[in-house]
Design a binder for this molecule. Structure first.
Ligand SMILES: [Zn+2]
Ligand SMILES: [Zn+2]
Length: 137
């Protein structure tokens, strides 16, 4: 926990119990979690916590580059511990979201294109993942 407090301090974030728990959930998993799932994991530990609070904490983390926000499923926003620019793949068979690292795409970031300032870049790819293709679940 001491290390997390230090990370927060570097980013100018005050360490509250709620923020610490949300951050721990993100660090302890490698995938992409819907906001509701993060809330479910910690709500028993933090009485009075609301889903809206979890969401605003995650938005703060995203703005401070402590987390990434993923919109691949239009009805369900997910968050992950990786704040760096990368793309995502959604398997329509099993519903799993995975990272897709495509070299070169990241070079486009923080540029101005036709007067538009690019602040974020995320490619969403849809299909069938390698596990489902090989028949394994
Ligand atoms: Zn799959
Ligand atoms: Zn990702």
């Amino acid at each position: 926990v001491k290390e997390i407090v230090d990370v927060f301090k570097q980013k100018g974030i005050r360490a509250t119990p709620q923020r610490l728990e949300v951050y721990k959930v993100l660090q302890n998993q490698s995938g992409h979690l819907p906001v509701e799932a993060i809330y479910e994991k910690i709500k028993d530990k933090l009485p009075g916590l609301s889903l809206a609070t979890v969401y605003s904490i995650l938005e703060l983390f995203r703005d401070k580059k402590l987390a990434g926000e993923v919109w691949i499923k239009s009805d369900k926003v997910c968050f992950e511990s990786r704040p760096d620019i990368h793309h995502h793949f959604y398997c329509r068979a099993c519903g799993k979201i995975s990272d897709l690292d495509i070299p070169g795409c990241a070079a486009l970031t923080s540029k101005e294109v036709a007067g538009n300032l690019i602040e974020d870049l995320q490619g969403y790819f849809y299909g069938v993942c390698f596990k489902c293709r090989s028949g394994k679940k």
